[in-house]
Ligand binder design. Structure first.
Ligand SMILES: *[C@@H]1O[C@H](CO)[C@@H](O)[C@H](O)[C@H]1NC(C)=O
Ligand SMILES: *[C@@H]1O[C@H](CO)[C@@H](O)[C@H](O)[C@H]1NC(C)=O
Ligand SMILES: *[C@@H]1O[C@H](CO)[C@@H](O)[C@H](O)[C@H]1NC(C)=O
Length: 184
């Protein structure tokens, strides 16, 4: 595990930001997209909603973009809505991004899921093609983490707080969610 100091962390996030393609777009029009991972050393991974063992809750995991184009998503007011398919069939109902509060507990992470309906978290937005979320504490961030979900090793989306030394929580890498418009 690489040891990050707060300054290398800041540099890392700056590198993530500057690595983004600059793009102008009419943001007044709601548009559908899928989400891709922007994280150091991880390329071409899409965000996908998959069924969990709990009805009404879908897990959000990263997969290779060439095989999994990513679950279609859009912003409605400040909800982040997903329109998942199961076995290629659109469920036809919206799911919304949800995660519990983590406060400012260093190194702590919680699962990010897509829950049935429009009861997910509010406060999402987009800035230069990157999804923004409401922060309760400055060191909160999205992370991509090695997790075992329903007995399967996954690279899952989580929300959490950097460690006191500025490093990502164990098994995780700091992540940005970038809008991708290659969705069909
Ligand atoms: C976005 O997706 C929704 C649900 O599939 C669809 O109803 C809507 O027309 C799409 N909007 C655009 C701008 O493509
Ligand atoms: C957007 O949110 C409003 C208010 O909850 C809802 O009535 C509407 O159906 C939503 N539209 C889409 C496309 O999700
Ligand atoms: C996740 O696990 C893989 C396989 O063990 C490893 O190569 C990778 O570095 C891990 N990622 C993180 C963020 O810990």
């Amino acid at each position: 595990m690489v040891f990050f100091t707060l300054s290398t962390l800041t540099l890392g996030l700056a590198a993530l930001t500057s690595a983004l393609p600059s793009r102008t777009r009419d943001t007044t029009q709601r548009s559908n997209f899928s989400l891709a991972l922007n994280a150091v050393n991880y390329l071409h991974l899409s965000l996908n909603a998959i069924q969990s063992s709990t009805i009404g809750i879908m897990d959000l995991i990263f997969e290779r973009q060439c095989t999994y184009p990513g679950t279609p998503a859009y912003l409605n007011n400040t909800l982040l809505i997903f329109t998942p398919s199961v076995y290629g069939y659109p469920l036809g109902t919206p799911y919304s991004m949800s995660f519990p509060s983590v406060g400012d507990n260093y190194g702590y992470t919680v699962p990010v899921t897509a829950i049935f309906g429009e009861n997910g978290n509010t406060g999402f937005g987009e800035s230069n093609g990157v999804i923004t979320a409401k922060l309760d504490a400055t060191l909160e961030s999205f992370f991509a983490c090695n997790e075992t979900l329903d007995g399967v090793d996954r690279f899952a989306l989580k929300w959490g707080v950097f460690k006191a030394d500025g490093g990502a929580p164990d098994g995780c890498v700091a992540a940005q969610l970038v809008e991708s418009f290659n969705v069909q």
